[in-house]
Unconditional design. Structure first.
Length: 68
């Protein structure tokens, strides 16, 4: 678990992208770990503490190409 302090212009999804390298599936987990963020709006006030929980790594994506 990591705690980050919001800087000017930060959003939850920006913090997720910086911490985890993705937003898909992690933004929801971060919001669940920080219920106080729901009342703040999309842009976090400067100095807002956000708990970033330890999450499993993203599953690898495989691209399959079909040839005719």
């Amino acid at each position: 678990m990591t705690v980050r302090m919001g800087r000017q212009g930060d959003t939850v999804d920006m913090l997720c992208l910086a911490q985890y390298g993705r937003t898909d599936g992690v933004t929801e987990a971060v919001m669940a770990a920080n219920p106080h963020l729901r009342a703040l709006g999309p842009v976090l006030p400067v100095g807002t503490l956000v708990t970033l929980p330890a999450l499993p790594p993203a599953p690898e994506q495989t691209i399959t190409r079909f040839f005719e």
